[in-house]
Design a protein around this ligand. Sequence first.
Ligand code: ZN
Length: 262
Amino acid sequence: MIFVIVFPILAGWLGGWLINYLADTLPLTHRLTRPTCKQCGREYSAGVYLSFRPCRNCGHRRGLRPWFVQAAMMAIGLYTWFNPHRMGYALGMVLITYYAVVVVIDMEHRLILHPTSIAGALLGLGLGTWLHGLLPTLEGGLGGLVIMLVLYYFGMLFAKLRAKRMQESGQESDDEEALGAGDVILAGVLGLILGWPVIWFGLLLGILLGGIAGILLILYLMAAKKYGKEALMVFMPYGPFFIASAFFIMFVPNWIIAVIPK
Ligand SMILES: [Zn+2]
């Protein structure tokens, strides 16, 4: 009986370790290197690293992220264990681990890395083909890319017009970009995973979630009277919202799939 709970908690913990490790190394070296201290650059010993203790050399603390990731993954590990989905438990946890790596790196570095995109595309191609067949998977990937590419160029056009107007009024222009190229690639990867036509709904839900978060952020900044030019330049990473949307569609109840128009 106890095994029923121990197994998913253990699976979540292992997934959390992997996410923390990839988020610590990939943005710096783009490779699976030994993790090093952010402050002094010394390599961690496995024991110190895996137990999230401070650096032995300079005493630099690891912060709350590792613990947050472990706790979140244990909760998700339990949740998916008791709410089974079509792809099976192990594959689901692999997919969630990939999602979490993208989210953590995007939030900490505002980057969607090519190695994670390539890994995601391979995972998405395999998983999508198994779930929906090859053609809807490829259509989903292409659809995601094209939809986001159109939005991306709209965003660029808007940014250019805005920069021009700011120059005319004598203000210095900034390089604000609502959507990054990484978001476009991520949309393609999620398209492979969700397939056509569900990717439509996935991107729409992601943009909606991002928009709601943006409004809440602006309201908060207004309430805190921090609203100024700086506040307007707050960068919105859309990646985490697309991932949240894809997670919701795949792992939160089957009834949501039933309401998506086919
Ligand atoms: Zn150190």
